[in-house]
Design a protein around this ligand. Structure first.
Ligand code: SF4
Length: 241
């Protein structure tokens, strides 16, 4: 089977546990204002790749990733769930751990099958209220929480990731609301707050796409640490984790 594959990152360390191969799929249903990968939004015929060929390229990395694993990212890998099922099946036969990095807005039988083959889900929760989520991503927040409900029903290990952007979702109220929304989900092992970075601006320029957050300051590591401790306090009060 062929899939639209943007690239393979060989030694990733931020998309799941350990050292990992990260496969970036093409195609995404959202248009997040802070997206770092606008070059993955569109599927290009030139990038069609056989799953067997990708499997061989990943296997060459086996000595480095055997204790980490492989992460499917993008773009949105669930848009090509059948392709990733085929790839995940082969990788799992070699004992590799599979993580799925998803926006949680794509559903269906093939996605359920992919979840069966996934050890860990990295679920991006981008905004904490439906209007802001729609304005800043074009998506439907209720779908994301239905997806999370499905992960809870499966008891699927899940890490939540939340990009924090100055002036957009960086108030204490925003982070407390995130904590409230996540309380009660026992599948959640970790909540990661990720600082907004503007280094993707050049990609937008090269693609000729206006950058929606032009001039927005970077998120400071100190502020992220403060907010992370806030959600930790909240987690301990609400028995998250
Ligand atoms: S879901 Fe990810 S790849 Fe898609 S637009 Fe948002 S940040 Fe970019």
């Amino acid at each position: 089977m062929k899939g639209y594959i943007h690239s393979l990152q060989s030694l990733g360390t931020v998309d799941g546990p350990g050292v990992r191969a990260v496969v970036f799929a093409e195609g995404c249903p959202l248009r997040c204002v802070y997206c770092h990968n606008p070059d993955t939004w569109v599927c290009r015929e030139d990038d069609l790749t056989e799953s067997g060929e990708l499997f061989e390229r990943i296997l060459r990395l086996y000595p480095y990733i055997k204790k980490g694993g492989v992460t499917f990212s993008g773009g949105e890998p669930c848009l090509q769930a059948e392709f990733f099922c085929e790839l995940a099946g082969e990788l799992r036969e070699r004992g590799l751990h599979i993580a799925l990095d998803t926006c949680g807005e794509v559903s269906g039988q093939a996605v359920e099958a992919l979840l069966d083959l996934t050890d860990l889900v990295l679920l991006d929760i981008k905004m904490t209220d439906p209007d802001s989520h729609f304005r800043n991503t074009g998506g439907d927040l209720s779908k994301v929480f239905r997806f999370l409900d499905g992960l809870e029903a499966r008891k699927k290990p899940t890490w939540i990731r939340h990009v924090v952007v100055p002036g957009l979702n960086d108030s204490e109220d925003d982070i407390l609301r995130l904590g409230e929304l996540l309380s009660g989900y026992t599948c959640i092992e970790r909540v990661e707050l990720l600082p907004y970075r503007s280094f993707c601006e050049a990609k937008y320029e090269n693609l000729g796409i206006p950058y929606p957050l032009k001039g927005r300051p970077q998120m400071s590591p100190e502020r992220i640490a403060e907010l992370q401790s806030l959600i930790k306090q909240y987690e301990s009060r609400s028995d998250l984790n």
